[in-house]
Write a protein that binds this ligand. Structure first.
Ligand code: NAD
Length: 354
């Protein structure tokens, strides 16, 4: 099978591609614009594989997306390309509307025309898998309640509203044109190669530099955390074994308040890389003004994917968070390159002809 992965140079997309190249005989085409969040250094492990190809393309550029379909003839699409950071969506929503809504529409249209032109056998086997977030459901007030696949949409931020829009477009292309689509909605991911603007890497890296650890409000927002490699396994299962037209929620059964996550990280760093002055990293925690419209609690019911596709997470929060901290401690070059702009220079040098 040849899988076209959009956003493959991002945090989750790169984990998906590493999973496919390590564990299957499928080939992958990584279509990525390489925004600030795309990092080809995350692809170092797979980039030499003959099963891997890279195309620096914007999903909003219809002619280029058509060229990629024509030249690579994929059997499946895994669509992860997106603007993904809630805070950035509050400061500047335009890029979120453009990529997440218009880009998804463009990709759907190109995929539909390509799929309609396939011979019957390839047409029957084709799949378009859209990767989305649990943030489309809004937040939960009842502490016992969980998001299921039938929870009504109630997005709060420009990011989650743009993802909700894209989910609706994908379902409409299924219903109206018959495109064989699948949708997954997942909780917060964490793990290796996470761009250092998100909570967990931000806290680890600030702590290591002795900088304040900014926690929104009281830090009592609850998120359900999933180790990124567990998500990658789930996504591959859905694209290969999921039932067309279905939605699957994916989560880790790891509900934690943000402040608990930060405490866990501080305690792990105290153990693995104690501060020279002997004080705990917890002393760096600083409470800052809460984000506008901040959702208080997200929690996923992942029983459908467990029951129907036999997927369960392999990592507990404790094992996954330890692996993540260890990864950041053992990969200072990856972090330093992003922070110093060396990554940008490497990119200019390696991709200046594109
Ligand atoms: P990310 O920001 O790390 O990566 C996004 C990737 O998309 C980057 O490589 C970027 O270069 C690329 N991209 C952005 N705009 C593009 C465009 N116009 N054309 C082509 N490529 C473009 O994001 P992530 O955290 O890996 O998330 C991937 C997907 O999973 C997103 O759709 C996101 O909504 C969804 N998701 C994320 C989480 C999470 O916790 N991170 C949870 C659930 C769902």
């Amino acid at each position: 099978m040849k899988i076209l992965v959009t956003g493959g140079a991002g945090f989750i997309g790169s984990a998906v591609i590493r999973h496919i190249i390590r564990n299957t005989t499928d080939s992958v085409v990584n279509l990525d614009k390489l925004t600030y969040a795309g990092n080809l250094e995350s692809m170092a492990e797979v980039s030499a594989s003959e099963l891997y190809a890279f195309e620096q393309v914007d999903i909003c550029d219809r002619a280029e997306v058509e060229r990629v379909f024509r030249e690579h003839q994929p059997n499946a699409v895994m669509h992860l390309a997106a603007e993904s950071h809630v805070d950035r969506s509050i400061d500047g929503p335009a890029a979120f509307i453009e990529t997440n809504i218009v880009g998804t529409y463009t990709l759907l249209e190109v995929a539909r025309q390509y799929w309609q032109g396939l011979d019957e056998a390839r047409k029957a086997a084709f799949r378009f898998h859209h990767i989305s977030t649990d943030e489309v459901y809004g937040d939960l007030e009842d502490p016992q309640e969980l998001f299921t696949e039938t929870t009504p949409y109630a997005p709060s931020s420009p990011y989650s509203a743009s993802k909700a829009s894209s989910d609706h477009l994908v379902r409409a292309w299924r219903r109206t044109y018959g495109l064989p689509t699948l949708v997954t909605n997942c909780s917060n991911n964490y793990g290796p190669y996470h761009f250092p603007e998100k909570l967990i890497p931000l806290m680890i890296l600030n702590a290591l530099e002795g900088k304040p650890l900014p926690v929104y409000g009281k830090g009592n927002q609850v998120r359900d955390w999933l180790y990124v490699e567990d998500h990658a396994r789930a996504l591959y299962k859905v694209v290969t074994e999921g039932e067309i037209g279905e939605t699957y929620n994916i989560g880790g059964h790891n509900e934690k308040q943000n402040i608990e996550v930060v405490h866990t990280l501080c305690d792990l760093l105290d153990e693995l890389r104690p501060q020279a002055n002997g004080s705990s990293y917890r002393s760096l925690i600083t409470h800052v003004q809460d984000r506008p419209g901040h959702d208080l609690r997200y929690a996923i019911d992942a029983s459908k994917i467990q029951r129907e596709l036999g997927w369960t997470p392999e990592e507990t929060f404790e094992s996954g968070i330890r692996k993540s901290v260890e990864w950041y401690l053992s990969n200072p070059e990856w972090v330093a390159h992003i922070k110093s702009g060396e990554y940008q220079q490497w990119l200019d040098k390696n991709y200046s002809t594109r």
